[in-house]
Write a protein that binds this ligand. Structure first.
Ligand code: ADP
Length: 484
């Protein structure tokens, strides 16, 4: 079975969040299931520099939605990679979606429609020697893939089914009606059964409407997006197509995230050598100018946004420092939230340390040196940092939502008595609820035997890709048979 996976980022090439981790890990996860995955990504400068000096151009478009483009072949780890080199769309300074000042590119609709058009051409058989049985589209940036496959397939091309995965419903790729005539779709696509959405063009909506299956990244989130609060305007489609919606939990790349072998750590460790974590804790204290102590050290690795509940956490820091805990935070995002954390660090020197930025190696060291990781998200489709925390003995303290609810077992009296707890969950989004969760964590931390049990349970829990890879493979198989 050959699958084309279309994503706007992939770990190892370009990453802004969990989508990259998943797109990067899928080829290996599915190879284990007998599925060969080829990944298609845009040719941002960061991606082109990682290709070999003279990459092979396997296809050319004179005008891909109006712009010249080439398809370059490369490798993503051991797996095949295709890169869409369209300089007018992707050769620019800045991030994958925004200019250096953080403002979204005005032509994002064009950039990602072109990516989708290219994917539909490739899947249809435009490139000699490349054939696929199914296309897997990730997030709104690939949302138009199912639309092109269904409504404007390559002439004379092969029909293949598609899967649309929602990694985050908050990003929908919604554009004004004016862009519709430029998408190269028949006018009949301008309906609510096509790409139209609330009077504009909805990229994610189009994908959800026209894919053969919709998946999202945890069972709980799959249920949540049927509601107005989490569906964010697209709950109607989720409900209408509910027999096509599946929640498949993300796995983690256990080669990349293994505390026994992680090259980023001052000290490697296993569940049997937890005492070795102390050296990692000392290193974090030094790096963040925190007081040296064996008392509880919370860590945070995140985008600093409303979704992640970081505004709420900023309001709980005086409490956290007041009960003798410390915090080391790595993140970047909303300027106002960044300022709130920097101000708290200034108020509590030695107790709160803040690093604004993005640093992959430091994110590993924090998981290895922190006692607990705080993830008070308002919504969380799957979440990966709690899974890394579990694997690293860094106890997750999380909101009971989405994938966080599915992966962390709250240390309530029943779970403690049964010896199965792995972390702490909190309910409401409020300062009080979060402050209480922090206090609960500190209380448990001060009962070393119970705390160690939480750490060990977490490290035993298996969130590798095995089960999820099998679930995707089964879904692909089903859709391919259905189409035949
Ligand atoms: P989301 O995709 O919503 O941002 P996830 O928890 O699914 O959240 O994935 C976030 C990924 O990005 C994790 O791999 C996490 O370690 C990483 N990450 C987030 N912020 C930073 C940062 N400032 N520095 C390094 N890694 C980060």
């Amino acid at each position: 079975m050959k699958v084309l996976s279309v994503a706007s980022e992939a770990a190892g090439l370009v990453k802004t969040g969990g989508l990259a981790d998943v797109a990067g890990a899928l080829p290996a996860a599915l190879a284990a299931q007998g599925v060969a995955v080829t990944t298609l990504v845009p040719g941002y400068p960061a991606v082109l520099t990682k290709l070999s000096k003279k990459p092979q151009a396997v296809h050319k478009w004179d005008a891909l939605l109006g712009t010249p483009a080439r398809l370059l072949a490369g490798k993503l780890g051991d797996h095949p990679l295709l890169v869409l080199d369209a300089p007018a769309l992707f050769a620019r300074e800045g991030g994958p979606y925004a200019d250096p000042s953080g403002r979204d590119w005005d032509d994002n609709w064009h950039r990602f429609a072109a990516l989708a058009r290219a994917a539909a051409d490739i899947a249809g058989g435009a490139v000699e020697g490349l054939g696929f049985d199914l296309v897997h589209a990730h997030d709104w940036q690939a949302g138009m893939v199912p639309a092109y496959l269904r409504l404007a397939p390559l002439k004379g091309g092969r029909a293949v089914p598609s899967v649309m995965t929602i990694h985050n419903m908050a990003f929908q790729g919604y554009y004004p009606a004016e862009v519709f005539p430029k998408l190269g779709l028949p006018s009949s696509a301008w309906t609510v059964d096509g790409v139209e959405s609330y009077g504009g063009v909805g990229f994610l909506k189009a994908g959800m409407q026209l894919a053969d299956a919709i998946t999202t990244v945890s069972p709980t989130y799959a249920g949540e997006i049927c509601s107005v609060e989490f569906g964010m305007g697209l709950e109607g489609i989720v409900l209408a197509r509910s027999n096509r919606v599946h929640g498949i939990l993300n796995g983690i790349d256990t080669a990349e995230w293994n505390p026994a072998t992680d090259p980023h750590l001052p000290a490697n460790f296993t569940a049997a050598t937890l005492a070795a974590r102390r050296k990692n804790k000392r290193a974090i204290e030094t790096e963040f100018s925190l007081d040296r102590s064996d008392g509880p050290l919370f860590v945070v690795v995140t985008r600093l946004t409303w979704q992640k509940g970081m505004d709420v956490l900023a309001g709980v820091l005086d409490h956290l420092a007041g009960i003798g805990a410390r915090l080391a935070l790595l993140g970047s995002g909303d300027a106002e939230i960044e300022q709130a954390f920097l101000a708290a660090a200034a108020r509590h020197p030695g107790r709160i340390g803040v690093r604004i930025g993005y640093d992959e190696a430091l994110s590993h060291r924090l998981q290895a040196g922190g006692d607990a990781i705080l993830i008070p998200s308002r919504f969380e489709p799957c979440g990966l940092t709690q899974l890394y925390g579990l694997a690293y003995g860094c106890v997750p303290v999380v909101a009971r939502t989405g994938g966080l609810a599915d992966t962390v077992i709250d240390a309530n009296p029943a779970a403690l008595a049964a010896g199965v707890a792995t972390g702490i969950q909190k309910n409401a989004v409020s300062h009080n609820a979060l402050a209480m969760a922090v206090s609960r964590a500190v209380e448990l931390f001060n009962r070393p035997a119970e705390w160690k049990r939480l750490q060990k349970n977490g490290m035993k829990a298996n969130f590798s890709w095995g089960a999820s890879g099998a679930a995707y493979a089964a879904l692909y198989r089903h859709l391919i048979e259905e189409q035949a």
